[in-house]
Design a protein around this ligand. Structure first.
Ligand SMILES: NC(=O)c1ccc[n+]([C@@H]2O[C@H](COP(=O)([O-])OP(=O)(O)OC[C@H]3O[C@@H](n4cnc5c(N)ncnc54)[C@H](OP(=O)(O)O)[C@@H]3O)[C@@H](O)[C@H]2O)c1
Length: 309
């Protein structure tokens, strides 16, 4: 075996979903800088070209829409063929499968448009489960790691994020059992409970005009304030977050599977354990300026008021 063949065989391999921006983009840079061969996927291929240009030997970009089963299956064939070529083995190995692609969903719980509900559950829950099922044999061959970008929103009653939070809570539950079931294959599972990270991740779709929450002036002001909040987020830089996450993933061992990373990622788990719910709600009311809105809605929709009108 030549020296270059030996190096190629030893090279660690990773597949990351959702690499056209934000966390996924920075994960690819971090892994490639550590010498991994990274298969970077998303729907917008052009946005990933700079990754391949920066690391032509280490990064392979390809289109994979995780909301489509067909696209995931095609992605699997592509990655398997690429691995088989470079690894010269009957059992192609993927050291790290990173389910990162996700989409936001920010609407009051009773206003979520049906398509937004279905899309969010598809991209944030069904997709990572399908990707994991389909690529698992490659990770088992490598005794590798399956990682997921979760969210602290899964643990907190974050206002207007009920469906997004539900999708990330479902993902966390899936990971917990997956980690247990992967034990006999020596495959590690990392669920990354992620706090605020500076990326383009925000839902700019308008709240439906007939929403009860927009039926008072206070409601209109509240959603205007929320828009401004989104542009002034004090999050962790995506490159810093990815460096720390990859450090932790490379060291993960035993039954540990939860990793906490990013601004305020520690708050959810601690608050859930030690704080009474009314304190958590009071903190969110203050942060999102909800007191005035709640009062206006109570005035408008209370039984007593309705009786008088
Ligand atoms: N930013 C935060 O504060 C934060 C906090 C907690 C958790 N997260 C999670 O972090 C992950 C990455 O988000 P981000 O913050 O980096 O936001 P982002 O910059 O908007 O990135 C989202 C990525 O997901 C990809 N994606 C969306 N739908 C897809 C689909 N159907 N198929 C393939 N890829 C798809 C997008 O690529 P294409 O559009 O090109 O397909 C994009 O690359 C998400 O799972 C999100 O829930 C973010």
């Amino acid at each position: 075996m030549s020296e270059s063949e030996r190096i190629i065989r030893q090279q660690k391999t990773a597949l990351v979903t959702g690499c056209s921006s934000g966390i996924g983009y920075n994960l690819v840079l971090e892994l490639a800088s550590r010498g991994y061969k990274v298969f970077a996927s998303s729907r917008r291929v052009d946005e990933m070209k700079p990754l391949e240009e920066q690391y032509p030997k280490n990064v392979v970009i390809f289109k994979m829409d995780v909301s489509s089963l067909n696209s995931i299956q095609e992605g699997y064939q592509f990655v398997k063929e690429q691995l088989s070529k470079s690894q010269t083995t009957d059992s192609p190995k993927l050291d790290l499968l990173y389910n990162n692609a996700g989409q936001p969903c920010t609407f009051p719980a009773i206003d979520v448009p049906d398509q937004a509900l279905l899309d969010t559950m598809n991209v944030n829950v069904t997709a990572p489960i399908r990707v994991t099922k389909i690529f698992s044999s490659l990770v088992i061959n490598a005794k590798g790691t399956i990682a997921f970008t979760g969210s602290v929103a899964a643990l907190t009653p974050l206002p207007w994020c009920s469906v997004y939070s539900a999708s990330k809570a479902a993902l966390a539950a899936y990971c917990s059992t997956l980690a247990f079931e992967m034990e006999p294959f020596d495959v590690k599972v990392a669920h990354v409970t992620t706090g605020g990270i500076v990326t383009a991740f925000s839902d700019v779709r308008p709240i439906p005009k007939d929403s009860l929450y927009l039926s008072t002036e206070e409601g209109v002001q509240c959603f205007e304030y929320r828009k401004k909040m989104l542009t002034n987020l004090n999050g962790t830089a995506a490159d810093k977050y990815c460096r720390s996450v990859v450090n932790k993933i490379e060291k993960i061992s035993g039954s540990t599977f939860n990793i906490y990373e990013g601004s305020m990622s520690w708050v959810g788990p601690i608050a859930n354990r030690v704080l009474p719910r009314f304190i958590i709600l009071a903190a969110f009311k203050a942060k999102f300026k909800l007191d005035a809105l709640w009062d206006s809605l109570r005035r408008k929709y209370s039984y007593e008021n309705k009786k008088q009108t």
